[in-house]
Structure formats: C-alpha cells, structure tokens
Ligand binder design. Sequence first.
Ligand code: CMP
Length: 146
Amino acid sequence: MHSKLEKMTTNRTFTMLKPDAIENGHMGKIIDLIIQSGFTIKAMKYTQLTKEQAMKFYEVHSERPFYMELVDYMTSGPIVAAILEKENAVADFRTLIGSTDPADAADGTIRKSYAESKAKNAVHGSDSDENAQIEGEFHFNSSEII
Ligand code: CMP
C-alpha cells in the first residue's frame, strides 16, 4: 500500500477533464490523445464534484477574484479525474494540454483543440510532483490506483 502512494511522487501527474470537455462531447477524444501521447492510466473516475470538494481542491486560489466562479463551474457537471504515468509526466502533460488560456495555447495542444475559454479550459494538469501527489490522493485511495 505504502509503495503505491510512494510511486505517485515519481513520473505521475493528476488530471481532470472539466465539465466543458464532457458537455461538449470531447471526453473520448481527449482520453485517446492522452494515451496516444504515451501516458498510462493508473486510476480513473467519472464523477461530479461537490461544492465542498471543489472549494478544497482549489483552496490555493481562494483569494483570487475568480475562486467562486471556478468552484461553481467545476461543480456544474460531471468530470473525469485520473492519475497518469509517464517519464517526466508533470512537464510533458503540461506541454500536451497547453497554456491556461486557449487563445495562447500552441497548435495541437488539448486546450487549443478543445477548450472554450480561460475558465472553461477543458482540462487540468498538476503543476509539480508534489501537487500531483496531493491532488491524486485527494481523489483516489491507494486501493483505486493500479
Ligand atoms: P487550472 O490551471 O486547471 O486550475 C486553476 C483554474 O482556474 C484554471 O485552470 C482555470 O480554469 C481557472 N482560471 C484561471 N484564471 C482564471 C480567470 N481569470 N478567470 C476564471 N477562471 C480562471
């Protein structure tokens, strides 16, 4: 059990496909792109966040003006949460998803192809190994990680 959690610090990242991606029918295409880009799925869940969960997950942004907008949006419909594995997972996944604002995202990135706006930006990716572990453990217990 301990070793599974330990592995989350190495070569793993955490993602959520956000409500806009699901609502717009992009779930399958995005998951396929993630797999074709060399990521292995270690855990995956189709779920809807409660307000309490979203507030806690985005606590780091609680002082930002868009915090409650973000919480409302992230609870507005189903999401897919997943732990992904690949060498250099955090950095490579952030390259694959592109800039926060799809207007700035490079061609071929998930956000360029599928995001609606800076707020409705299709997908989340952890920004560090440490946050990947915290975020993964927020959504999954060790028995759910393969
Ligand atoms: P992400 O990087 O996954 O996590 C923080 C989220 O906050 C970010 O994606 C956006 O969805 C959201 N966000 C960032 N900036 C803004 C903004 N200016 N207005 C609304 N939402 C934002």
